[in-house]
Design a protein around this ligand. Structure first.
Ligand code: 5GP
Length: 193
């Protein structure tokens, strides 16, 4: 991955439903030098999701052909669906000297760490508890019962991998968690100057 600029690459991972998508949107809104890397996925869009904004929604056939073309920096199969960060969407952000925000799982983070030249900052967001996570997954009512159960099952494995991250934050209050992330970003930007 070419990183000619001093772009910061912030990886946010968490068990599904811990608030990471809301947090990444807040970061982008508060600082327009941050752009979210829009992933490709074979998952079906949720009611409020827009193609090209939330994800590039593609068929499994298309995803596999992109894989064959080596079009991804990293990819992962999660809950029967494929997700991947395309080289073109990241390079487009880097070309504009912007910072990149990745909303990806721990398997994707492991793959990005292999690119030693990157200014990676890795943050793992934990929900206050498994019970709270379950409440949030039910409250957002985007996923069926089966999908909620699968996401809860993945929870234990996900949190095992939190120790691979430089920062682990508990999201019991979205505003204070956001402030913590801003602090981490600021510290990393300072150390780059
Ligand atoms: P969701 O289906 O809820 O949007 O996302 C499920 C999981 O996929 C989340 O943990 C999210 O961070 C992860 N994810 C989304 N895009 C990517 C990607 O491009 N690569 C990887 N490795 N994980 C992703």
């Amino acid at each position: 991955m070419s990183n000619q600029s001093k772009s910061l690459m912030v990886v946010l991972s968490s068990p599904s439903g811990a608030g990471k998508t809301t947090l990444s949107k807040k970061i982008q809104q508060s600082d327009n030098s941050f752009k979210i890397s829009v992933s490709h996925t074979t998952r079906k869009p949720r009611a409020n999701e827009v193609d090209g904004v939330d994800y590039y929604f593609v068929s499994e056939k298309k995803f596999k052909s992109l894989l064959d073309e080596n079009a991804f920096y990293e990819h992962s199969k999660i809950f029967e669906n494929y997700y991947g960060t395309s080289k073109s969407s990241v390079n487009e952000i880097l070309k504009n000297n912007c910072n990149v925000l990745f909303d990806i799982d721990w398997k994707g983070a492991q793959q990005l760490r292999k690119f030693k030249e990157l200014n990676l900052v890795t943050i793992f967001i934990l929900p206050p508890s498994k019970e709270e996570l379950k409440k949030r997954l039910i409250a957002r009512s985007q996923d069926g019962e089966e999908s909620i159960q699968r996401r809860l099952l993945a929870y234990s494995e996900d949190i095992q991998h939190s120790k691979e991250y430089e920062h682990v934050l508990v999201n019991d209050d979205i505003e204070s968690c956001f402030k913590e992330i801003k602090k981490i970003i600021l510290n990393n930007q300072k150390s780059e100057q």
